[in-house]
Structure formats: C-alpha cells, structure tokens
Ligand binder design. Structure first.
Ligand code: 1GP
Length: 247
C-alpha cells in the first residue's frame, strides 16, 4: 500500500509536535539502521528521515530505506544532499532548497537536475525550505551557507515567510548535526508566530530539556540524529521523544 507521507505528517502535526528520527546511511549498516528505527518507533517517533552531508549513495540509501521500512514500518523521508543519491525505495523525499546557500546549485540547481528523475521514479515529494542557523556544522560548510546568526531573529522570520510565499510545505531551521546548542528558542517562537506552514527544528537536540524547550517555543516537528545513533539507553531515547511530543 502506498502511503501519502505529507498527509500522514500533517495529520499527526494537527494533534501536536511530532518527532522525526534522522539516520545517516553512511554511519551504520542498513540492518543496524533498521534496528534503530524499530527502537525509535517503540519510543514513539513518528517518521524516519534518511540522509547525511557526505557518503550517501543510491546503494546505501536503498538498503537503509528498505531495512527501516521492513523492520519498523515507519514512513521514510529522504533528506537529500544532492541529486546523485536518489532511490525509489524511500516513501517520500524532501524536495528542498537550501535557502541561505551561496551556491546556486544548492538553492535551485540540483533540484532542476533531479526533478525529472524523481518524477520518473514516482517518489512522493514534500517541498521544504531549509535554512541553516549558526553554528551550522558540516552541513553549513558543505552547503556554503550564509549562516543566520543566532541573534538574527528577523532574518530567520524573513526566510520562513519567503518559504511560505513560495508555497513550500515545510520550513526547516537547522543548527547543524552535532551542534553544541540547538536553534535558539527565540528564533523558533518568532518563526512559528509568523507562518502557517509547519516548522521543523533540528541540530544539537540531545536532551529531554532541549527538546521540551524547542517544542514549547512552537516547533511542529523535532529532528534528532546523532543522539539516536549514539544512545544505547532505550529509556533515554524514549524521554527525548516524549519531551519532543509533550507526552
Ligand atoms: C541534522 O538536524 C539534524 O540535519 C540532526 O542533528 O545530529 O545534532 O541531532 P543532530
């Protein structure tokens, strides 16, 4: 049965903040990713994003997506870093623009290149504006991001409004994987107040306290990557998911 992942996410977001697990196919075997996804499903996570800044290819992406779907049943969303890594084995893909990149390919080049391929493969697209906030980490560098500074709340809001005006389904504010601090709650709250499209927040969220602060500031979806790949304590995983969702 094919599922409409966008509708699934919207239905869940209508009930409250959701949690999305991010798994990088370059960081563990497909089977290991499937096992983590199952643990995350049991912890209450709503969907699995699959992606990474480097080292993702069609092969490891396909294997990871299949394992996650088979072992956890959670919907998968490809979180791409470029058009070289497309796979028909994901349930959906974030068709995204890195709004604050100085590299035109990241803004609107790879998308044009990849669009006919995605169409041919029949993958559900979920449009998303991606904005990188300081410190940005590796994705900030690889994406040649003109980082939104942590106190540039108005600039963050302007990006979000632009995403909404472009008709994007989601806007995602990213502090960068492994960031010492998540996106400031001031930015989350101001962006949430300014747009109707759902707001995704990720990067550096690894404690229930941080997740709760981001949820209370108004995030519609909270993404955790590094933490779920590294944490072997199921009760801690559950606590972060519960704090993300307000359970
Ligand atoms: C990266 O926002 C995500 O794209 C997740 O970041 O690995 O720090 O959870 P973490």
């Amino acid at each position: 049965m094919t599922m409409n992942v966008h509708q699934y996410l919207m239905d869940r977001i209508a009930k409250g903040t959701i949690h999305m697990s991010l798994l990088d196919p370059d960081k563990q075997s497909a089977e290991e990713a499937g096992k983590i996804a199952l643990k995350m499903k049991e912890a209450g996570s709503d969907a699995v994003m699959i992606g990474g800044s480097t080292g993702v290819n069609a092969e490891n992406l396909s294997a990871t997506a299949k394992a996650i779907r088979e072992m956890s049943g959670l919907p998968t969303i490809h979180f791409p870093s470029g058009p070289a890594e497309l796979s028909p084995d994901v349930d959906s893909i974030f068709f995204m623009s890195l709004m604050n990149s100085a590299d035109l390919n990241m803004v609107m080049g790879y998308q044009v290149y990849g669009a006919p391929v995605i169409r041919k493969l029949g993958i559900e697209t979920i449009s998303m504006g991606y904005v990188i906030v300081e410190p940005g980490m590796k994705v900030g560098e690889v994406g040649k991001a003109m980082l939104v500074k942590r106190d540039e709340v108005k600039k963050a809001v302007a990006y979000a409004i632009a995403c909404e005006m472009f008709g994007m389904d989601f806007v995602y504010f990213e502090a960068g994987s492994g960031a010492p601090e998540p996106v400031p709650t001031e930015i989350v709250a101001a962006v949430k107040a300014a747009v109707k499209i759902p707001v995704i927040i990720g990067g550096g969220i690894r404690t229930p306290e941080a997740a709760e602060a981001i949820r209370k500031a108004g995030a519609d979806a909270i993404v955790t990557g590094t933490f779920i790949e590294q944490c072997s304590d199921d009760s801690k995983l559950k606590a972060v998911v519960a704090a993300s969702k307000g359970l």
